[in-house]
Unconditional design. Structure first.
Lengths: 224, 538
């Protein structure tokens, strides 16, 4: 069985600065993986490359056997960025409708309502998310990322700005996604999240410093 | 329903919502403003060109060299298009469109087709209108019915606009690396200008020739239109290859850029344009050697030593154009001093970058134990020295272009002075900062007065730069006196203007404070001044 994500000698430079790699790894289908590292360690760069937003300087990446950015990969990957972006003139519900329908979801209404309910923003469905606070924006972005079908969920710093109810709801939704057979890769600083995942990848200055179970992970290994 | 069909339906719904929310009064007002600006531009252009018909000899010259000279415009559009495309242009879709639509499993070419056609339509309209206006203005001096000139002007304008969009789409679709796009752009411009200078056949003649059809018709020149259309079609076929990273970066910056331009915030426009061009300061300075000990001037030197090669090239190019314009102004087209002043104002803004960096971070400068005005003037010391050094080749070039007449020395002196005046003008723009939208004093003024005040505020910095041409301007009005002597007086006047600008920068805060105090006198103090203890208040 081919892995959900395969990364071979991946490298990304910004000018003279090496932001990532070269790194190699594979992630099997249905697994929950945490990506840990300090600011500038390369977590967001890695997620953006997998999502197809960034192109690697060198190396290969495949998602479900396809190149990031290809239609098949876009169908498979759902990316929730650390800085959510919304249309100025669409409500949360309209965003959900748009994203769900663009991805071919048919019975999206019930799914959308359930997601908003779990995240505690059902009564804000008709409001414009561009006017939301940081936490509410994060919740809206999570709902948009989860409303569509996906095989690989990439989430960048999901806990920033979330209240405890939001954190619990997000963890529960992740659990549902994993149970449904999806693969989840979450970049975070929250060490508490490690107990929810089966694998942990630690990045430092663009290199993989740790790749294994959360039990054996020593956060100090990520310090420079 | 496929994703693409869903996208079309959702876009149509958004469009309907936008149309329903459109403020038609505001839209009409904008159209009215655009018409006024267009009319004024046409009148200014017409005044610049004059109303006399060209002589028979001049007409022969226009027919022979005109196509190649006008072809430079086409080369310029092509060059700008190539550069824009290599930076993710010409499309500037919404940031949310990149995340939600371009990352969805919808054919990107199809998804981007509508924005691309919108862009093309806008470019066509702009080219058509400006071409027609220029055609009408040209008809004042060239033989032929006015409508013919307007029509061919419109065709030429549309053609170069399509050329720009096509070049940008191709550059983006073929993922041209930025250095390659820049090299191609410089090469194309070089060919266009070089062939004009050498008076040999130029590949851009076909484009320029279209604009002169009322004088002579060459059916072969229709090839130019074909080239523009083919470029657009090829570009559209490659729409799906748009680099998302560049598109995302561009979408965010273009929105801010438009807002800053609306607010007439020149500094922000400049900074955003640099970001758009991915023009960053050098990590390693050109030299680590710092010949100055004064700490503020040292900071200035270090900042200038990190200016990128691209910016240096841009400054040199602008300075070269400015010098040539002064030379041409000395030869007869006096109004060119305005354009020259604007070039040096932009150069000055670039040179005064260390000052801009300090003004952009008021929290830093306010912590320094220095009067702001003194600090600003110290920061201008090194840009002033660099300006003086740049002034020498500019003076030589301006004098050279002016030819050997009486106005050669005045042109050279004006070249030197305008560089320094440009730095002063740039400093005035930076120190003044972005015009505030809710200034108390403006709010109290009548709209007409506030409007004039706004125009004066916006124009004063470029005017300072243009005043650098005083040696030339005064020499042209010398009457019987020796032009060189009058030009020296002009140079001294520029010196006085520079001194006044330095004084204004130094004392501006104090003057503003006095002005505010005069407008809002504090109520009479109730504190006893006789030395008696104040009474307790219960």
């Amino acid at each position: 069985m081919s892995p959900m994500l395969s990364v071979k000698n991946l490298q990304r430079n910004y000018g003279d600065v090496v932001a990532l790699g070269p790194i190699s790894m594979t992630i099997k289908s249905g697994s929950a993986v945490a990506l840990l590292g300090h600011n500038g360690s390369g977590k967001s760069t890695l997620l953006r490359i997998i999502s197809g937003l960034l192109e690697p300087t060198d190396g290969e990446v495949t998602v479900a056997g396809f190149e990031p950015g290809s239609i098949e990969a876009r169908q498979a990957v759902s990316y929730v960025a650390d800085q959510p972006v919304f249309y100025d003139d669409l409500s949360v519900w309209e965003h959900l409708e748009m994203v769900a329908r663009l991805h071919g979801a048919t019975d999206w209404e019930q799914r959308a309502a359930d997601l908003l309910g779990e995240l505690g923003i059902y009564d804000r469905a008709d409001d414009l998310p561009v006017r939301f606070s940081r936490g509410l924006r994060q919740k809206a972005a999570l709902a948009i990322g989860l409303v569509r079908p996906f095989q690989l969920l990439l989430v960048d710093e999901p806990f920033v700005g979330l209240d405890s109810q939001g954190k619990q709801a997000f963890i529960s939704l992740l659990g549902e996604a994993i149970e449904g057979g999806s693969t989840v890769l979450v970049a975070t600083h929250e060490l508490g999240f490690l107990e929810r995942v089966e694998r942990c990848i630690g990045l430092r200055s663009g290199d993989i410093m740790y790749d294994g179970t959360p039990i054996g992970f020593d956060p100090s290994s990520l310090l420079g | 329903m496929t994703g693409l069909e869903a996208l079309k339906e959702l876009r149509a719904r958004r469009r309907q919502q936008r149309v329903a929310q459109t403020d038609w009064f505001e839209a009409l007002y904008r159209a009215y403003l655009a018409a006024i600006v267009g009319s004024i531009s046409a009148i200014v252009l017409a005044g610049w060109l004059g109303g006399d018909q060209v002589s028979a000899t001049e007409l022969v010259d226009v027919q022979a060299r005109g196509p190649a000279v006008i072809g430079i415009v086409a080369a310029l559009e092509l060059a700008i298009g190539l550069r824009s495309g290599s930076r993710g242009g010409p499309l500037a879709v919404e940031p949310a469109e990149v995340r939600h639509v371009l990352l969805s499993p919808v054919d990107r070419r199809q998804a981007l087709l509508a924005p691309a056609i919108r862009q093309l339509r806008f470019a066509l309209f702009t080219g058509l209108v400006s071409g027609a206006i220029i055609g009408v203005v040209a008809s004042r001096r060239l033989p032929g019915p006015r409508w013919e000139w307007a029509a061919t002007g419109a065709v030429f304008g549309s053609c170069v606009a399509v050329l720009f969009v096509g070049a940008a789409l191709c550059s983006s679709g073929f993922r041209l690396p930025r250095p390659l796009a820049t090299a191609l752009a410089i090469g194309l411009l070089g060919v266009a200008v070089g062939t004009v200078a050498a008076e040999v056949w130029s590949p851009f003649e076909a484009f320029g020739g279209l604009a002169l059809w009322p004088l002579r018709i060459k059916a072969l020149e229709l090839v130019a239109l074909g080239v523009a259309v083919v470029l657009v079609l090829v570009g559209i076929s490659r729409l799906g290859r748009l680099a998302l990273e560049l598109a995302e970066r561009r979408t965010a910056l273009v929105g801010q850029l438009r807002f800053a331009a609306t607010m007439r915030d020149v500094r922000t426009v400049m900074v955003l344009h640099r970001q758009l061009a991915i023009d960053e300061s050098r990590t390693k300075p050109w030299t680590k050697w710092v010949p100055i000990r004064q700490p503020v001037a040292r900071r200035s030197w270090r900042g200038l030593m990190r200016i990128s090669a691209g910016r240096i090239l841009r400054m040199l190019l602008l300075a070269g154009v400015g010098a040539v314009l002064i030379g041409l102004a000395a030869r007869g087209n006096r109004v060119l001093v305005l354009a020259s002043g604007l070039c040096f104002w932009l150069v000055g803004m670039e040179l005064a970058e260390p000052l801009a960096q300090t003004i952009d971070r008021p929290d830093r400068s306010s912590l320094l134990p220095r009067v702001r005005g003194d600090l600003f003037n110290d920061l201008l010391l090194v840009p002033g020295i660099f300006g003086s050094l740049l002034g020498i080749p500019v003076a030589l070039l301006a004098g050279g272009v002016a030819g050997g007449g009486d106005l050669q020395i005045p042109a050279a002196l004006a070249g030197f002075a305008t560089v320094l005046a440009g730095v002063a003008g740039g400093a005035v723009t930076l120190v003044t900062g972005a015009p505030a939208t809710t200034e108390k004093t403006s709010a109290m003024m009548l709209p007409e007065v506030a409007g004039i005040a706004m125009v004066v505020k916006t124009a004063r910095a470029p005017v300072v730069a243009i005043l650098g041409c005083l040696p030339l301007i005064l020499a042209t009005k010398a009457g019987g006196r020796p032009a060189a002597g009058v030009a020296l007086q002009g140079l001294a006047s520029v010196g006085l203007i520079l001194a006044f600008v330095a004084m204004w920068i130094q004392r501006r805060d104090r003057w503003a404070e006095s002005w505010r105090a005069a407008l809002n006198p504090t109520p009479a103090s109730t504190t006893p001044t006789s030395g008696a203890k104040p009474r307790r208040t219960s």
